[in-house]
Design a protein around this ligand. Structure first.
Ligand SMILES: Nc1ncnc2c1ncn2[C@@H]1O[C@H](COP(=O)(O)OP(=O)(O)OP(=O)(O)O)[C@@H](O)[C@H]1O
Length: 279
């Protein structure tokens, strides 16, 4: 069997010695090349998982492996060279004065020769469809575009795993859509494992599998399609239902008859339009 890209094996962690567990007996494996979305309400342990994965924190008990490396203080840099991270705030992660400088920054730090660098920067920007913005300054970009540049900065370094920690949460709906599409495109064209931490169900529905955290424990791991069966429990688990689900719920509450079908925004508009014409 193929080695998991990341494996948590009975991992427990607490921030203070005798304090409450932020993670308790957490086990899961991420398959190479899959997109795993980690969801759950505030404080359920999602960010702690990300910090443990890159060795910013170490488990109190249990084991974490990234590829074939067991994470420890000695292997931290080997692990970090395999992992790239995109964070929440698009403004805090822009380090260059132009788009291309920003993407080049990580490559410079790794000592990549200048001749190779320009090509790598261009290729990475092309993958996120930002190659036309090479010389733009960050303040000319939208939030979604800034996050796409941040993603380019990560993929330029050719990591095995990309972690997105609430990377869409500060964006407007358009920016969110843009970034989710970018992640999807990258996933289909690269051998990259993606782990996205999110509250956004739309993002979750694009992933291959979801890990639902609840109070520091794994509540469920499965396919995004299974989320529908959770119904209103989704809210209890801190998930923000997709817009189309909220709309259907609101319409039903007002006595409008909507069949139990898997609607998208477009098919719901069609259905409502036909309903209006009939009445
Ligand atoms: N630096 C810290 N010191 C002490 N406790 C912390 C610290 N960071 C997080 N915690 C606690 O650990 C638990 C898990 O927090 P974590 O940040 O991993 O949750 P999360 O699911 O990422 O939440 P959010 O969605 O709000 O980012 C929470 O109870 C939180 O209060």
């Amino acid at each position: 069997m193929q080695e998991p890209a990341v494996r948590f094996d009975h991992v427990s962690f607490r921030y203070e010695k005798n304090g409450p567990y932020a993670l308790e007996d957490v086990s899961f494996a991420v398959r190479p090349g899959e997109w795993l979305a980690i969801v759950g309400h505030n404080g359920s342990g999602k960010s702690t998982i990300a910090k443990l994965m890159i060795g910013l924190l170490f488990p109190e008990s249990g084991e974490i492996t990234v590829g074939n490396i067991r994470l420890s203080e000695e292997t931290i840099w080997d692990v970090r060279s395999k992992v790239g991270m995109v964070f929440q705030n698009p403004d805090n992660q822009f380090v260059g004065s132009t788009v291309q400088d920003d993407v080049a920054f990580g490559l410079e730090n790794r000592g990549i020769p200048r001749e190779v660098m320009a090509d790598r920067v261009f290729e990475a920007l092309k993958r996120v469809k930002m190659e036309e913005f090479l010389d733009q300054e960050p303040h000319h970009l939208s939030g979604g575009q800034k996050q796409r540049v941040a993603i380019a900065g990560v993929i330029a370094l050719a990591p095995e795993i990309m972690i997105l920690d609430e990377a869409t949460s500060m964006l407007d709906p358009r920016g969110r859509k843009e970034v989710i599409e970018t992640i999807r495109d990258i996933k289909s064209s690269a051998d990259l494992t993606i782990i996205s931490i999110t509250h956004d169900l739309e993002e979750t529905l694009q992933a291959d599998r979801i890990l639902i955290m609840n109070q520091g424990k794994v509540f469920h791991i499965g396919n995004p399609e299974e989320l529908v069966s959770f119904g209103d429990r989704l809210y209890e688990l801190g998930l923000d239902a997709p817009f189309v689900h909220k709309l259907i719920k609101g319409l039903k509450n007002r006595g409008i008859d909507i069949p139990d079908r898997d609607f998208t925004e477009e098919t719901l508009v069609d259905y409502l339009w036909k309903l209006l014409q009939r009445n």
